[in-house]
Design a protein around this ligand. Structure first.
Ligand SMILES: CC(C)(COP(=O)(O)OP(=O)(O)OC[C@H]1O[C@@H](n2cnc3c(N)ncnc32)[C@H](O)[C@@H]1OP(=O)(O)O)[C@@H](O)C(=O)NCCC(=O)NCCS
Length: 225
């Protein structure tokens, strides 16, 4: 008798697993260090808070509005609830909450969210990195690893990213990875006290003749460890 006939879930997503999660990706060597990705952990709270508390000027212009001051929202005590929510997203199949590591240390996050399977097979990707490690190719390498993972084991067809037009660094990351600009979303996200326009970037499986990681390696931007 099939398990479903006696009331047990057989769908892997109902069982708390979904394709490609949990996952550890990498590592890639770039000028900024040795880059890897793994699921966020409860014990990341200290590093997460230390970086973000110091980096308000670097991060706040790009992140959605939330209640409370920056300092309050980024204390170590805030992390367990956030981590728990992220872990639930990962387990439910709705997201892939990765930590970026550089030289094995927590350095930022790549979030694949809003995972929609049949019929869209789509998700968005967002990211941030410790300001002390920027301009070294770290985020480009991290997102390349995530792109290949999403188009491979996760089975997605399309990835989107939304970026404020003035966010040159983030746009450059997407350009280097071959994301194309598809249009402008008007008053899309409430950032720093106002609803800000965002450019929509996207990449589909067909856009990549080779994997995103292989493309970085071919262009001399990264090497495998
Ligand atoms: C955007 C961000 C993740 C980029 O991380 P990173 O590891 O520095 O990215 P990379 O080094 O892989 O690539 C950044 C590219 O942008 C370029 N760049 C950086 N700052 C720039 C600026 N102010 N103007 C123009 N180009 C800039 C870099 O030179 C590099 O391009 P290059 O390789 O051709 O030299 C990081 O700056 C960050 O955390 N920003 C704040 C959060 C954020 O904006 N998140 C994204 C929201 S959509």
């Amino acid at each position: 008798m099939e398990a479903s006939a006696v009331g047990y879930p057989t769908d892997p997503i109902q069982l708390g697993r979904h394709p490609g999660w949990p996952a550890t990706l990498g590592r890639l060597r770039v000028p900024g260090g040795l880059v890897g990705l793994r699921p966020v952990r409860l014990r990341d709270g200290g590093a997460w808070s230390a970086i973000r508390s110091r980096d308000e000027d670097h991060l706040a212009p790009w992140e959605p509005f939330a209640a409370g001051s920056w300092a309050q929202r980024n204390t170590p005590a805030e992390w367990p609830a956030r981590w728990y929510g992220l872990r639930r997203l990962g387990r439910s199949g709705l997201g892939l909450p990765f930590a970026i590591t550089v030289g094995g240390r927590f350095a930022g996050q790549v979030m694949v969210g809003n995972v929609v399977r049949d019929p869209l097979w789509s998700a968005y990707v967002g990211y941030w990195l410790d300001s002390r490690l920027t301009r070294g190719g770290v985020t480009t390498a991290a997102v390349a690893l995530v792109v290949d993972h999403c188009f491979g084991p996760v089975g997605l067809h399309r990835l989107e990213a939304t970026v404020r037009p003035e966010n040159e660094a983030s746009r450059r990351v997407l350009d280097k990875l071959g994301f194309r600009e598809e249009g402008l979303f008007r008053r899309y996200l409430n950032v720093e006290g106002g609803w800000r326009d965002h450019l929509c970037y996207a990449l589909t499986v067909e856009d990549l003749d080779v994997g995103a990681v292989y493309r970085l390696i071919r262009e001399g931007r990264a090497t495998r460890r």
